[in-house]
Design a protein around this ligand. Structure first.
Ligand code: SIN
Length: 360
């Protein structure tokens, strides 16, 4: 009898231990963040003819489910779900895609059961999409844009580790309130400052001079700095009611350039023009009258620089006050275009638009 009693007690103890272990596992699982992966295409979803094909492959062929399945480690660090938003190479990313993507991101982040978002994207325009979202996402929750330089079929493809690091970052409390991030090559960069600096290498993404925000090491994002410009919940831009964005184009300066590009862009209906000037945004003598006459027609002109680093100084290489031009501050021309488009959804005042360029 007493033997039976102690056997039952032992069994009960085992049961209790097992239940505690199960409860513990459940709690641990319950603590995993919910991260939604929105897939848009790019090389991260690309495939090549052979394992050594790292150029001349086809971007945007692998679906989001396959991307997630290829990295089973994701399940250990987050509850991951995926949606295929687009399946395109990022040179074809357009304003309409951005509006769709931004609305989806905002809708998902408004839900209490979504802790962070990862967007898989081609690297060619990743910095533009990231900066657009940085200005229009209305949440402090992490949004991480990620790509890869090698297709999924290549030896040492960088997509899986980049995706894993992106999910880690999107699920991290440390990434809350940091604005939209680009995570690649074990590094975290801010959307405003990051740019592609090399056509093919895996360490292509840098924030020239201003520096990256941190690293991903040992399964954890480590932040060392933050971008000081306003973003996400602190901007005045609202895409929820926008069907289109105003047409804004870029005219590039070079030795011997004439006014043809500026005139053509204005004739094609540009409401804003970013001039990617030489040096400190200098205006070649043959282009200046075309820009000035565009301004007289109501086109907003932003003086940027093709150099890619440094401030374009107001009233430096041109008298912006007199010409009624705006300067891009440190934004490169492709990002200045995005801010100008969004600015034009709010105002036509160059004074106000200049304020925005010094704010975002
Ligand atoms: C693309 O931008 O879609 C192709 C190139 C890449 O993702 O690296």
């Amino acid at each position: 009898m007493s033997y039976l009693k102690s056997a039952r007690a032992l069994l009960a103890l085992f049961g209790l231990v097992a239940a505690m272990a199960a409860a513990q596992a459940q709690t641990a699982a319950g603590k995993l963040p919910n991260v939604t992966i929105l897939a848009t295409g790019g090389t991260i979803a690309g495939s090549g003819a052979t394992t050594t094909t790292t150029v001349g492959y086809t971007a945007a062929t692998v679906g989001v489910d396959a991307l997630i399945k290829a990295v089973p480690e994701l399940q250990k660090v987050a509850h991951v779900s995926g949606e295929q938003v687009f399946q395109i190479a990022s040179e074809n990313m357009g304003n309409d895609n951005w509006l769709v993507l931004a609305r989806r991101v905002n809708a998902l982040l408004a839900r209490p059961d979504v802790d962070g978002i990862v967007i898989t994207h081609g690297t060619d325009t990743i910095e533009e999409t990231a900066y657009f979202l940085n200005l229009v996402v209305k949440s402090r929750k992490p949004v991480v844009v990620v790509g890869a330089m090698r297709p999924s079929t290549a030896i040492s493809a960088d997509g899986p580790i980049n995706l894993y690091n992106a999910v880690l970052t999107a699920g991290s409390q440390d990434a809350v309130g940091k604005g939209v991030l680009v995570v690649m090559n074990d590094q975290i960069n801010a959307a405003r400052e990051v740019t592609k600096t090399n056509t093919t290498t895996t360490d292509t993404f840098k924030s020239p001079e201003l520096g990256m925000l941190g690293y991903i090491v040992d399964n954890k994002p480590h932040f060392y700095r933050a971008s000081t410009r306003k973003h996400t919940v602190d901007t005045e831009f609202d895409v929820s009611k926008l069907d289109t964005l105003p047409q804004v184009d870029i005219a590039y300066a070079y030795a011997n350039v004439g006014p043809a590009a500026v005139n053509a862009l204005v004739a094609a209906g540009a409401r804003g023009l970013v001039h990617a000037g030489v040096g400190d945004g200098s205006l070649p003598a043959k282009v200046r009258p075309a820009l000035s006459s565009a301004r007289e027609k109501g086109v907003v002109i932003v003086r940027a620089s093709r150099v890619g680093q440094g401030i374009v100084a107001r009233n430096g290489e041109a008298n912006d006050d007199q010409l009624d031009f705006v300067v891009a501050d440190t934004l490169n021309p492709q990002k200045a275009r995005i801010l100008l488009m969004l600015a034009l959804t709010r105002t036509g005042s160059t004074k106000e638009i200049q304020r925005m360029f010094y704010t975002y």
